[in-house]
Design a binder for this molecule. Structure first.
Ligand code: MG
Length: 130
């Protein structure tokens, strides 16, 4: 299975790393901020080719990853869409505490710097990778 991924990340290097990890596994798009992320998510649905996975940075200017997550889940509910798998990415030390607050809305989180094997393990857990 090819994994169509949306990488949402405001930091260039983090984007580059995630793109290097994910691009061999399928089509990847990049959004550099929250409004681009929501636009990409909506466009993919409108084209009938939604994402399998969204890697979503928590700390972004203007619109946080939490807000993007909330809005995507709202659109899915409102429009009766299947829920995309969303993995939050964060550099925060207290990621676990933060994630506990909204873990029911996403599939998990990865602490940056993200290691290749950790990401692959998460993809296997989410049944995106055999
Ligand atoms: Mg960031």
């Amino acid at each position: 299975m090819s994994i169509k991924t949306l990488i949402v990340e405001d930091d260039f290097m983090s984007r580059k790393v995630m793109l290097a990890y994910m691009s061999p596994l399928g089509e990847c798009d990049i959004a550099a901020n929250g409004s681009e992320a929501i636009e990409a998510f909506m466009m993919a649905h409108a084209a009938g080719n939604p994402y399998h996975l969204i890697a979503l940075d928590i700390m972004m200017p203007e619109m946080s990853g939490q807000e993007v997550l909330r809005r995507i889940r709202q659109v899915e509910t409102d429009q009766g869409l299947a829920a995309v798998k969303i993995v939050m990415t964060t550099a925060l030390d207290d990621a676990k505490n933060i994630m506990d607050a909204f873990k029911n809305q996403c599939e998990g989180y990865l602490v940056k710097p993200i290691m290749y094997e950790t990401l692959m393990e998460m993809l296997r857990d989410l049944k995106l990778l055999a």
